[in-house]
Design a protein around this ligand. Sequence first.
Ligand SMILES: C[S@@+](CC[C@H](N)C(=O)[O-])C[C@H]1O[C@@H](n2cnc3c(N)ncnc32)[C@H](O)[C@@H]1O
Length: 256
Amino acid sequence: MNNFYVELVELYERNGFEVQSSLSPAHFPGYNLADIPFTYILQNGKRMCKGGGLSIVELMFLQCVTSIVKPKNIFVIGNAFGWTTLALGLMSKDSKVLAIDMCPRPEEELGVKITNDLGKQITAEITAIKAKSPEDVPRVIRDNFEGGIDFVLIDGGHNSIQQSADFETCKRSAKKQCVYVFHDVINFNMVDSFVEIAKSNSSLVSSLLFRTPSGMAISYPKEFYEDLNATVNAFTEKDGTVKMLHSNGKKETKLI
Ligand SMILES: C[S@@+](CC[C@H](N)C(=O)[O-])C[C@H]1O[C@@H](n2cnc3c(N)ncnc32)[C@H](O)[C@@H]1O
């Protein structure tokens, strides 16, 4: 049996797309850390969509978590060209995955269509729709899931106000055992909003994931602590190491 990631690349390629993913800016001068480490779907060398998808290591994190919590009702804010929506479906073959995108451009509208087309070729039930968070979220969840959601990827608007609003609206439609994963938290300066979410939700265990290229984060119910702690630990860095690297990095910067 193939790995979900290999199946994902094959799925796009079989349908006439190319995948560009997880490259190092050190190997491609002129590109930066917010761009080339992530995933882009191409056709004839042209990017299909502006927003980058999760990197391979970030998908691996999702696979570690979903293999433990086995979510059935998965919700994604920010579909772009369907990369992580379809990845989640391939990881959780008997799940239902619903992704929304506000589709500011025709490219994301095409992304919704292609996600639905490719979604028909895999076992999980995949639906992508044009909708905006937070205002449309209660309705789309009510219309598509019975009993609420149990896994959320928040990867829509990349600012703190939007991230907090996305979390709050999802929480209102979520089951008690819902796991929340946030993309780009460190890269897009949304740590303050995440810390506030962590502080005001004492029933959740929250952690930044320093070993992911975008600086992802997770908040999960305390009842999953024994099951998820080792996974979260494997994708983050010890507090002491984080402090030491920040401090040493500042000294290095002064020397230059
Ligand atoms: C970084 S891309 C998502 C990538 C995708 N999660 C993946 O890994 O393949 C962010 C997407 O969020 C969408 N978006 C931004 N703000 C949104 C909002 N308020 N509601 C819904 N979608 C939004 C954008 O149109 C864009 O396509």
